[in-house]
Design a protein. Structure first.
Length: 305
């Protein structure tokens, strides 16, 4: 009997040891599999590193937060109820760990709601191919606001961002251009922001176009031509003033009677919007002449005696 009892205990110990070994083996296997899966997730995706545009701006969080706080403190203290940290989080959530070619308007909706603010009537200034000039003008004349002078546009102006399904979820090496895929983070953002900016416009609105471009001042493929002009509300907008600017000393490829301007006028008239077009709007031309004071285009007319 003692021998049989000893054998039984030995078998029990053996079974117990085998069970422990199997359990440990299972745990080790689980850890190894988890490690492999995690490693696979965190590997940089070679495909995502070959986009043609510049990658995400370094220190993006600090840039966005700094611009947000600065905008509220220095420009519009009345927006002091805006939560810059929530705004940053909503921007990050819109693209981080996402395929940069599959961004949707829904991704940005929370950001648009958090950062939007009213635009005073008669102050909206749209533009196309006049980036430098129009923003030099709004810096010198606070009576007008471009999209880049709103909180949304100010935070995002001249920076880049896109995600990557693999860690760290943000691609700092490259981001897709619009020609590579239209639903990229930048294109979707600016389309939504532009639409919202146009919808908010009221009273007299202005648009600064470049009359020195050979292809025409108004382009239906531009953000203004494809989005903003169709989202102006005729019930809120009384008039559209077109400022057709020519480069100082540059070609005067188109005037207010030009072909593309007529196309724009037709679109606006079909939407029951009144139009006034002016070649070389004088206040803007004077700003151009600050850098070219001796050019013949900058000579003031004088009455002969």
């Amino acid at each position: 009997m003692p021998f049989q009892q000893g054998s039984a205990r030995t078998r029990q110990r053996t079974v117990l040891l085998v069970g422990i070994v199997v359990l440990l083996a299972a745990l080790v296997l689980a850890v190894v599999l988890a490690s492999l899966l995690t490693h696979g997730k965190h590997q940089d995706s070679p495909k995502m590193l070959k986009w043609k545009d510049r990658g995400t701006t370094r220190n993006l969080q600090e840039v966005i937060l700094g611009r947000c706080y600065n905008y509220i403190a220095e420009r519009y203290p009345e927006l002091g109820d805006k939560d810059c940290l929530k705004i940053w989080e909503s921007l990050k959530d819109a693209f981080i760990y996402k395929n940069p070619c599959n961004i949707t308007s829904e991704d940005y909706q929370p950001l648009m709601e958090l950062a939007s603010h009213p635009i005073p009537c008669n102050k909206s200034l749209f533009w196309s191919k006049t980036n430098d000039l129009v923003h030099r003008y709004t810096k010198s004349n606070q009576n007008f606001l471009t999209l880049e002078d709103t909180l949304l546009g100010y935070m995002a102006d001249r920076i880049s961002w896109c995600g990557d399904p693999s860690a760290p979820g943000i691609n700092y090496e490259s981001c897709p251009k619009r020609s590579e895929c239209e639903s990229n983070p930048s294109s979707v953002f600016w389309k939504m922001a532009s639409k919202m900016f146009a919808e908010a416009a009221c009273g007299v609105v202005q648009v600064m176009l470049n009359g020195s471009i050979e292809a025409g001042a108004f382009r239906s493929s531009s953000i203004f031509g494809s989005i903003e002009v169709f989202n102006l509300n005729p019930d809120k907008v009384s008039e559209v003033h077109i400022w057709l600017m020519h480069d100082i000393g540059g070609p005067q490829s188109e005037s207010c009677s030009g072909h593309s301007i007529q196309t724009l006028k037709n679109i606006l008239e079909e939407r029951n919007l009144k139009i006034i077009c002016e070649d070389n709007y004088r206040p803007v031309q004077l700003l151009q002449c600050v850098q070219n004071p001796d050019h013949t285009d900058c000579r003031l007319c004088t009455n002969s005696t």
